[in-house]
Write a new protein. Sequence first.
Length: 491
Amino acid sequence: MEQDRKQEMVESRKKVRVRIAPSPTGDPHVGTAYVGLINYVFARQRGGKFVLRIEDTDQLRSRPEYEEAILKSLRWLGLNWDEGPDVGGPYKPYRQSERKEIYQKYAGALLKDDRAYSCFCTPERLNQMRSEQISRKETPGYDGLCRGIGQKEAEKRISSGEPAVVRLRIPRPGETVLSDRIRDEIRFDHSNIDDQVLLKSDGMPTYHLANVVDDHLMEITHVIRAEEWINSTPKHLILYRALGWEPPEFIHLPLLRNRDGSKISKRKNPVSLDYYREMGFLPEAMLNFLGMLGWAMPDEREVFSLEDMIAHFSFERISPAGPVFDLEKLKWLNGNYIRELSDQELLRRIREQVFPEERMNSVVPLVRERLEMLSQYLDVADFFFLGDIRPDLQDLIPKKKDAREAADILGQCQETLESLVSWKTDKIEETLRKLCEEKGYKTRDLFMTLRVAVTGKRATPPLCESMEVVGKAITMARIGRAIAALESAPK
RNA sequence: GGUCCCAUGGUCUAGUGGUUAGGACGCUGGCCUCUCAAGCCGGUAACACGGGUUCGAAUCCCGUUGGGACCGCCA
């Protein structure tokens, strides 16, 4: 109590700065929205700043398309940031790939102080080491082979062109204590902490380095992130110490879960924010729902606005157990919000979310030659605007095949389409044709099964064009539902 | 396997040593009603287990069990 009061005093003196740091390596995720919401609410409550930083240090997987989609989704939800790659700010740039030199500078300083060391182990060696450790039932971790290489020798090897990474030298023996607002003290013995790679051989920092350097430089006061980071926090704390910096406060939020209790994932739940927008969930309902996961209003009100949340939020009321993301309750809440809308406003929302101008324009050329009367429009084009469709099970199964095979085909489609970065007709078609070739499916079988799964019909405008307009999120959800239907089909 | 986190109905939660353990979603019975939805009234169902501490534990401590996360030149 006394402690809390002191904490409050210190915090009120220092202006609060929090951040959300999504990685543009996939579709906009509900988890990002959840963490974003808590950060946003806390910042607004304290009159602080909410920063958006893009963590795109993974050159292999980061995509500008994803960054754009993430920004769009967060904006849709109304989680507006004060500083970010698009709006700028006093601590720019806010995209880590543009801050490469900064990290290199600090990695160099760490090296010089012997707080870090160069490591020349090849990925092959590391992989082999890891699998040996696992087969011996040991904890996988770096074996420290390069830990003893002197700075002189390391420099020589580097200048001769040998690829190297920089690893953090974890002081051993030792112990690091993390004070987490939601879970109290967590202690870590250094013997269990790995010598983490800080700088990759491509010169990019890993998350661990970039995150610590940026949070310090951007004067972040509270790192509010998901629970999955708890185990790497001691590394971050050690890094702060090694750099001579005061660490921010850490608050680890519970992880959103699937029905079975595992971390929320796209195989078991719709996780794309695009899905929720396109299915017609209202942003205020989404926020309200996310707000009641792990947190409750002091008076237990279930329906509350962002403003209500800002007025009453506190970390003390966050329960540390991971909540299941329950679509049923979201739907109920969404219905509540819909009923509160005026007719005019509801119409506006329907136009915006189910009949957006862009989509209407894309549908017309696809259906025009299939119309004899305008009144047939909805009959032909229904699936562009529906959320869930109910395909006939028999239609899903190609001639002379069974449910099992149809499910397999759709499973393959699901897997390969999921990884598509650019959801465009030609990319979709190319992917599907390649899949037919590789797996030996008849083009006809695959396209018909997929057509029925995605549109609910046997006769439609060209499939790939249609899929583009339906959108990735809804398409993927429909494929998933069709697979589930096939799998639970009576034999 | 190691480290760490967690534990109130199927789900989201209230509860901070003394309550008939409350609310919400879902499911369900009824009312209303041309139907459905909404709304209203009712029902179903929980403190994982075992030890302590205490006059008294859902609440505090320990253990067990169960669940989860992390263990990458991903974030």
